[in-house]
Write a protein that binds this ligand. Structure first.
Ligand SMILES: O=C(O)CCC(=O)C(=O)O
Length: 406
């Protein structure tokens, strides 16, 4: 995200002539009415909001947003020129049985989930993204989705009365229309309001909805535990924990990696669908195999023709997902969120978390979406241990890490 904004400033610096050049060409406009209605909505929105703007900085901000949108729409056209993007499919992995003669007691023998994770890690290395179906059960998806929407209402109320709190609760995307990148606290019951009114102070009931979900995903027998252990080991830092919430009317993002290129993959990110994600809801698009140096050099090289050509030729896949499915991606891969259609879309809620590769030291050029008090506080091993304790009956297993605020 932060890198996306940097990339934008390059586009914006080209000025209005360049912006006009990004207007989609009519030759490929046969795509969807969805795009047309989104564009109309954007034009209306900017036309009406401009008259309310009071300061030069607000006008500049509005211009920037509009330029980003034009570029994003142009990119959408480019990505569908070769052929319409297809859905990202889950790989069929046939985990090889152990070689004959190796028994259970053999030192080198891997259990099936470890073997499967090793195959998944190979796909991740090759493509930069991997879809995994059925990682979270449908009833937990429903509960977590509602919990996150309730948390959003509380956070909106908190940040309206205390704008400074935005830094605690939101990532980069808090200023975007109909899009929120909302940090999550691991405290049972979630965010508490600070207005002193005890009646309003909690969404909590007796459940710890987030821990219940994470327990299915990351405890010692969690669905995502083997692949994360294969990619980052138990020492991998818990780097992000957030909800991505987009509502009808939210805009398409520009194509971006999450961080500047580095030779070793620094971060592996999960987007987990808490309801079905349809095409109208603006699924994430991923450009397969774009996480490698050669691809990023073209993308960031400053030659707009070369970049457009790269997008035209890209193997772009949509993460239209069924409830409980996830995409796991290398944060270097090129991707973007789609527009959530104002008429035919619906609220899209995704759980977002990531773990950092401990082999990559120093600043990775990206501040993750994480409550400030949790930054650098936990590894995959710590998270997994806490979730095992939750499984054994400890209802607030992350209490010793605080509530994420500092
Ligand atoms: O909304 C999405 O699908 C993707 C979000 C994303 O890539 C970002 O905010 O950086």
């Amino acid at each position: 995200m932060s890198h996306a904004l940097q990339a934008f400033y390059f586009v914006f610096a080209l000025g209005s002539t360049a912006i006009d050049a990004f207007t989609p060409s009519p030759c490929v406009s046969a795509t969807t009415t969805r795009r047309t209605s989104t564009k109309r909505h954007i034009q209306n929105e900017f036309a009406s909001s401009t008259s309310l703007l009071s300061s030069a900085s607000e006008l500049l901000y509005q211009d920037q947003q509009e330029a980003m949108l034009r570029r994003a729409l142009h990119e959408e056209e480019l990505l569908s020129q070769k052929s319409m993007p297809k859905e990202l499919q889950a790989a069929t992995i046939k985990a090889k049985p152990p070689k004959s003669g190796t028994g259970f007691a053999d030192k080198g023998a891997m259990d099936p989930s470890t073997r499967q994770a090793a195959e998944q890690a190979k796909i991740m290395k090759r493509d930069g993204v991997l879809r995994i179906n059925n990682v979270l059960s449908p009833d937990v998806c429903d509960k977590l989705r509602q919990y996150m929407l309730d948390q959003q209402t509380l956070v909106e109320s908190e940040t309206a009365s205390n704008p400074q709190a935005s830094k605690i609760y939101y990532g980069v995307e808090q200023t975007r229309k109909n899009r929120a990148d909302m940090h999550l606290t691991l405290t049972k019951g979630g965010v508490k309001l600070t207005d002193g009114n005890s009646d309003d102070e909690s969404t909590a009931d007796d459940e710890n909805v987030l821990a219940e979900a994470l327990q299915e995903l990351l405890s010692s027998d969690g669905t995502l535990r083997p692949i994360y252990e294969a990619l980052v080991s138990k020492e991998g830092e818990f780097y992000e924990l957030a909800g991505i919430i987009t509502k009808p009317g939210s805009y398409r993002q520009m194509v971006h990696p999450d961080l500047p290129f580095q030779d070793n993959a620094p971060l592996y990110v999960i987007f987990l669908a808490l309801q079905d994600v349809t095409e109208e809801m603006g699924p994430t698009s991923f450009l397969l195999k774009s996480h490698v140096k050669k691809a990023i050099e073209i993308f960031d090289g400053g030659d707009m023709d070369a970049k457009d050509d790269q997008l035209r030729k890209a193997d772009c896949r949509f993460a239209t997902l069924s409830k409980g499915a996830a995409v796991l991606f290398d944060a270097r891969v090129l991707h973007c969120g789609g527009a959530n259609d104002i008429d035919k879309g619906a609220t899209r809620v995704m759980l977002n978390f990531s773990f950092r590769n401990p082999k990559v030291q120093g600043d990775i050029g990206y501040k993750g979406s994480m409550m400030p008090g949790y930054v650098g506080a936990m590894t995959l091993g710590n998270v997994s241990d806490a979730l095992d304790r939750y499984n054994e009956g400890e209802i607030d297993p992350f209490a010793s890490y605080g509530d994420g605020t500092i």
